[in-house]
Design a protein around this ligand. Structure first.
Ligand SMILES: C[S@@+](CC[C@H](N)C(=O)[O-])C[C@H]1O[C@@H](n2cnc3c(N)ncnc32)[C@H](O)[C@@H]1O
Length: 331
């Protein structure tokens, strides 16, 4: 193959020049020969010493498990293009037809993504009071505890025992940016603390409640892991706590049932304080039903609400979205 032979000390500059000229042959490893480097070229280049030689092919690492997994052709189009990564654990949603190939799919994920040590398939929808799902082990270690990094904090958690979604990282950062130094925050459904621990970096005090004992156990560990000393973990039903404290900012991250806890949220926020409400809504009518419920509860309590911001957080199901509504309560 045709190549240009250049002095080693000028190799990088000349490589860039060959790219600019559009003559560098792609997919080969440049060759070293003593004080010289040889670059493969697609045509003769004026002003350079030209030689004829062989080059090794560049081995491209696959980007996706789909490039290496062995499954029958008829089910290949069903392979999901993405999956969740929590710490060093991958969780993938497989259609029924792909479940017989779960081990092969898990193995392919481990081969392509070296930092992943265990792969599970979703075995059910998120359900129950604790909002957890069943998991089916596909490949790698059969371990469900991990440490996840997001927004500059570390969160230890067990994916089988507590709720956690890495897809909410951007939303949590949005709420962090709204939080003002000196605020008191009430995280009504705190889980292992992705909001509570993050907001504790800015707020004066964070009350963090959850009914799942495992979530509170990990929250306590995460408080230590991130060296924050202003989070108060509360194990129990938030209904027993609400109204007994007064916060500048209340977080209601229980989208499936948040509407049932609006009274508790409004009784726990100070006059002029802000509530971050989450819900699910169909594409054609994302916010209005939730707004109506918020208005009805505030009326019942003799308060007023001012809607500040409404946004889609992430897709949830076909044509369904996880939505966020920020509103101020005036008492
Ligand atoms: C959707 S998860 C959110 C967890 C966390 N905020 C996060 O972003 O990962 C909702 C959490 O609310 C908790 N929960 C459900 N009902 C509750 C209640 N009545 N009182 C307190 N916590 C509750 C569940 O155990 C679960 O951890």
């Amino acid at each position: 193959m045709l190549a240009v032979k250049v002095p080693k000390r000028e190799a990088e500059k000349i490589r860039r020049r060959l790219i600019e000229l559009g003559v560098l042959a792609r997919g080969y490893v440049p060759k070293r020969e003593g004080e010289f480097v040889l670059f493969p070229v697609t045509e003769p280049v004026e002003g350079f010493e030209l030689v004829e030689t062989d080059f090794e092919r560049l081995e491209r690492r696959p980007h996706s498990y789909r490039e290496v997994v062995e499954v029958p052709d008829e089910v290949r189009p069903l392979l999901p293009s993405s999956f969740d990564i929590i710490g060093d654990i991958a969780i993938i949603e497989l259609p029924e037809e792909l479940m017989p190939y779960g081990e092969a799919i898990g193995g392919a994920i481990l081969r392509v993504h070296r930092h992943i040590k265990a792969v599970f398939a979703k075995g059910s929808k998120v359900s129950g009071e604790y909002r957890v799902r069943e998991l089916i082990h596909l490949a790698g270690e059969s371990r469900t505890e991990t440490i996840h990094r997001e927004n500059g904090i570390r969160l230890k958690l067990d994916v089988a025992k507590v709720y956690f979604s890495p897809r909410l990282a951007t939303e949590r950062m949005r709420v962090f940016k709204k939080t003002q130094p000196g605020e008191v925050v009430f995280d009504m459904f705190a889980g292992v603390g992705p909001y509570a621990v993050l907001l504790a970096k800015k707020a004066k005090l964070v009350f963090a409640c959850d009914i799942n004992p495992w979530a509170i156990r990990y929250l306590e560990e995460n408080i230590g892991l991130n060296k924050v000393n202003n989070v108060v973990p509360i194990l129990g039903d938030v209904r027993k706590v609400a109204g007994k404290l007064e916060a500048d900012r209340v977080i209601m991250n229980l989208p499936k049932f948040a509407d049932r806890f609006l009274k508790e949220a409004m009784l726990s926020v100070r006059d002029g304080g802000v509530v971050h409400y989450y819900g699910f809504g169909p594409e054609e009518n994302l916010f209005s039903e939730h707004e109506a419920k918020i208005k009805a509860v505030s009326k019942e309590l003799g308060f007023k609400v001012e809607f500040l911001e409404e946004r889609k957080v992430r897709p949830y199901a076909p044509r369904q979205f996880n939505i966020a509504i920020d509103f101020r309560v005036l008492k």
